[in-house]
Design a protein around this ligand. Structure first.
Ligand SMILES: *Cc1c(COP(=O)(O)O)cnc(C)c1O
Length: 219
């Protein structure tokens, strides 16, 4: 089942877009099935769960932390995390830098933006991000690498609303790339799109889609 779902989704996704299989709450056996059909990028939203799955599964899996990350938990994932999608403060970024250094690594991160209507979703505004990027403390961080932006659209049936939110994230990306990261070749990722809206997200410039229920079933 998982194998067939993955194959269907891969057919719809262009070469340059990374498919992240969001495996939160799903058992190891489901991840193994996806792994056997070639899936290597997995997304989790909880540190503890990602840590345990990483322990049990093959070490060539690339783990994406897509949920809110608490500063005191960074140390558990710093040895192996591939990409942190949910950076929304300088404090968090400093801690990731510190733990990356301890592990002799440079950890790739995305800045998470608040593009949805809902109040509850985490993320920066463009102004907050620009202030963060401009400060000296940020410039001093040597063990993190900002490789792009991430956002979640509103939970809604309104396609035109979702489309506008994806366009907003894309324009934030372009503005940051032009004004702050023009010399950084690695700043190229836009993580947007989930099971319900990944096709639309790709049309609007997504380079990473985070797909859970369409691969593994409902949670
Ligand atoms: C759960 C989750 C997803 C995947 O959602 P689906 O609708 O199951 O595809 C994507 N991104 C984030 C941040 C999530 O928490």
């Amino acid at each position: 089942m998982i194998k067939e779902k993955l194959a269907e989704i891969r057919k719809e996704i262009p070469e340059h877009v990374t498919l992240i299989a969001v495996s939160k709450t799903k058992p190891i056996s489901d991840l193994e099935e996806a792994y056997k059909s070639g899936q290597r990028h997995f997304g989790e939203n909880k540190v503890q769960e990602m840590f345990e799955k990483h322990e049990q599964l093959p070490k060539d899996i690339q783990w994406h932390l897509i949920g809110h990350l608490q500063t005191n938990k960074v140390k558990y994932i710093a040895p192996f995390v591939h990409l942190v999608h949910s950076v929304d403060s300088l404090k968090l970024l400093k801690e990731i830098d510190k733990q990356a250094k301890k592990n002799n690594r440079i950890i790739d991160c995305l800045l998470q933006f608040h593009i949805a209507q809902e109040e509850t979703k985490f993320g920066l505004s463009l102004m907050e991000a620009e202030a963060l990027i401009s400060c000296q403390d940020f410039k001093d961080l040597k063990n993190i690498n900002i490789v792009g932006v991430m956002g979640m659209a509103s939970f809604s049936d309104d396609v035109s609303l979702i489309k506008r939110e994806f366009q907003e994230l894309n324009s934030i990306f372009k503005r940051l790339q032009e004004n702050y990261f023009s010399k950084n070749q690695n700043f190229k990722e836009i993580s947007m799109g989930m099971s319900g809206d990944y096709a639309l997200a790709i049309e609007e410039g997504s380079t990473m889609v985070r797909v859970g229920s369409s691969i593994f079933g409902g949670r």
